[in-house]
Design a protein around this ligand. Structure first.
Ligand code: DGP
Length: 114
């Protein structure tokens, strides 16, 4: 059994509020939402950080971004705007070491982020 939390969610071993899924990715609601809509899009394959990506992962990461954009449309976030974020490393706030995109929407966002 994997010790990675998101691998276990992908495998269905830990419950999550599933939003959508594709061949290579799964999207579910964040357990600690930072906005009215906060969805995580994760690859099914375990990749710890963005720094571990290989050139051959370009299509996979493209599919994650395309999935996020479609979920944003489905969740009605486009008119108000939304944010797509990914933290790389503990210093940037990464706490789960399995690549994920944060899709945040439903409120106003400031820049620069904290
Ligand atoms: P990051 O800090 O960028 O690595 O984001 C990890 C996110 O994962 C954080 O926003 C909280 C979320 N999270 C942590 N544990 C769980 C869990 O068990 N279920 C769900 N749905 N989300 C989780």
């Amino acid at each position: 059994m994997s010790e990675c939390l998101f691998c276990r969610i992908v495998a269905g071993e830990i419950p999550a509020d599933l939003v959508a899924e594709g061949d290579d990715w799964v999207a579910f609601r964040d357990i600690n939402p930072q906005a009215p809509t906060h969805v995580l899009i994760v690859p099914r394959r375990h990749i710890p950080t963005l720094d571990d990506l290989a050139p051959s992962d370009a299509a996979l990461m493209g599919s994650l971004v395309a999935a996020a954009a479609q979920i944003a449309r489905d969740e009605g976030l486009v008119e108000g705007g939304y944010r797509l974020a990914a933290n790389c490393g503990a210093g940037a706030g990464q706490s789960v070491f399995h690549i994920h995109l944060h899709l945040l929407g439903g409120r106003r966002f400031s820049w620069p982020p904290g």
